[in-house]
Design a protein around this ligand. Structure first.
Ligand SMILES: C[S@@+](CC[C@H](N)C(=O)[O-])C[C@H]1O[C@@H](n2cnc3c(N)ncnc32)[C@H](O)[C@@H]1O
Length: 373
């Protein structure tokens, strides 16, 4: 039997090795995800997370024998989640890695034409390899390609020596001008010389060393919850399925839309070369209070249709007034027969809001727990 403590404390089991896969903003602490699932659900229950991020809630549910369903709009979070629930066979992933590596030399000219940021961030061998991976890996449709791509995403940037890049944060990609200036100022304009085949091979060996996780039937859908939930509601009605635990952390109003901080990973997935071009596409959603309110309202409203009457709703969110008040108001509207408990969770470490440069008073997070009377 799997012990939660072995998963949250070490790397001894396959479940533990894959649990922390990959770096993401505002991710749940792993012990918290497992504790909530263990305390508020039982084996065989259905769990849903409509803002799944890197899918720790869904993974904890699956590992602990609950059928779990996540929805995530950001392809980076979705890839981490869907791969850790079902990593492809190691030998196929290695074969695909060798295949992509062998194609890197087609990208000599393309790598020469890349903006200076990329040439300061990656050595020539790595940049050609990344351009080949970007072109050939069919990460949306093929599990082997998804697994390899998500491993590349994990190591795409990080502390010098820990990833494929020049010095950079692991959870957040810095802007182009900021990075170029920073490397210049710190005498780091030359990226580390890395053989990407050898580097990634070692990472694959480590990740698979204990095997792959044993996870109860669980899924994560790549999409917008406001749209995807409708189909889930219809299907749940057809088959008479009810969820016992809604466990989630929605985005926080005015903080981040999770795309800008992942811009370099999104580039590898086929996105634009510069973070600026992402802004038009995504930025507005969590800046407008009205849009934010509507998002949370639609998502919790649709979730209410599929929750069991005795279900638990566990929401971790921002303690600042607008996000907290809106979330409480909406949850009370859709779950009027539940009792509400609000548990303040002051920050111990720096969090998504601080790292994002948000200057409004930052008073931590809260857990809103709704249970049947
Ligand atoms: C606070 S984070 C969740 C982090 C997650 N608990 C974890 O441990 O990684 C909120 C997530 O909601 C996602 N999101 C925002 N709007 C969404 C939508 N309409 N549909 C699905 N996911 C959405 C964001 O991309 C982000 O990953």
């Amino acid at each position: 039997m799997i012990k939660t403590v072995d998963i949250v404390k070490g790397f001894k089991t396959p479940e533990a090795r894959w649990a922390r896969f990959g770096p993401y903003y505002a991710m749940f602490p792993l012990d918290f995800a497992f504790e909530v699932v263990e305390k508020y659900s039982k084996k065989g229950d259905f769990i849903i997370d409509p803002f799944a991020g890197r899918c720790s809630s869904i993974y904890a549910g699956g590992v602990l024998g609950r059928q779990s369903l996540g929805i995530e709009i950001n392809p980076v979070g979705w890839l981490y989640g869907s791969v850790k629930l079902r990593p492809a066979d190691k030998k196929f992933v290695i074969k695909r890695l060798e295949d992509i590596f062998s194609r890197r030399n087609y990208y000599k000219r393309a790598s020469e034409l890349m903006p200076v940021f990329y040439k300061m961030c990656y050595c020539d061998e790595v940049l050609k390899f990344l351009l080949a991976a970007r072109k050939y890996l069919d990460w949306r449709n093929d599990n082997v390609d998804a697994t390899l791509m998500s491993i590349l995403l994990v190591y795409l940037h990080g502390k010098l020596g820990e990833g494929l890049s020049n010095q950079m944060r692991m959870t957040k990609a810095m802007g182009i001008n900021y990075s170029v200036n920073w490397w210049g100022k710190h005498n780091m304009i030359k990226p580390p010389r890395i053989n990407p085949l050898e580097f990634i091979l070692k990472k694959i060996e480590w990740r698979y060393e204990k095997g792959t996780p044993n996870v109860q039937e669980s899924h994560v859908i790549f999409g917008d919850s406001t749209i995807e939930l409708e189909q889930i509601v219809q299907k749940a009605k057809r088959v008479g399925m009810k969820f016992s635990l809604l466990f989630t952390s929605p985005p926080y109003c005015s903080v981040t839309d999770y795309h800008a901080d992942q811009w370099l990973r999104l580039w590898l997935l086929g996105g634009p070369q510069s973070p600026k071009s992402l802004q038009g596409q995504y930025k507005s959603r969590f800046v407008s209070k009205e849009d934010y309110y509507n998002l949370i309202d639609i998502v919790f409203g649709k979730c209410a249709d599929i929750m069991d009457s005795k279900s638990t709703i566990y929401v971790r969110t921002d303690a600042r007034e607008f996000t907290l008040n809106s979330t409480c108001e909406i949850l009370l509207k859709y779950f009027p027969d539940h009792i509400v408990k609000i548990v303040p969770k002051p920050f111990k470490n720096r969090t998504q809001t601080e790292i994002c440069g948000n200057k409004t008073k930052n008073i931590g997070e809260v857990d809103i727990i709704l249970m049947k009377k």
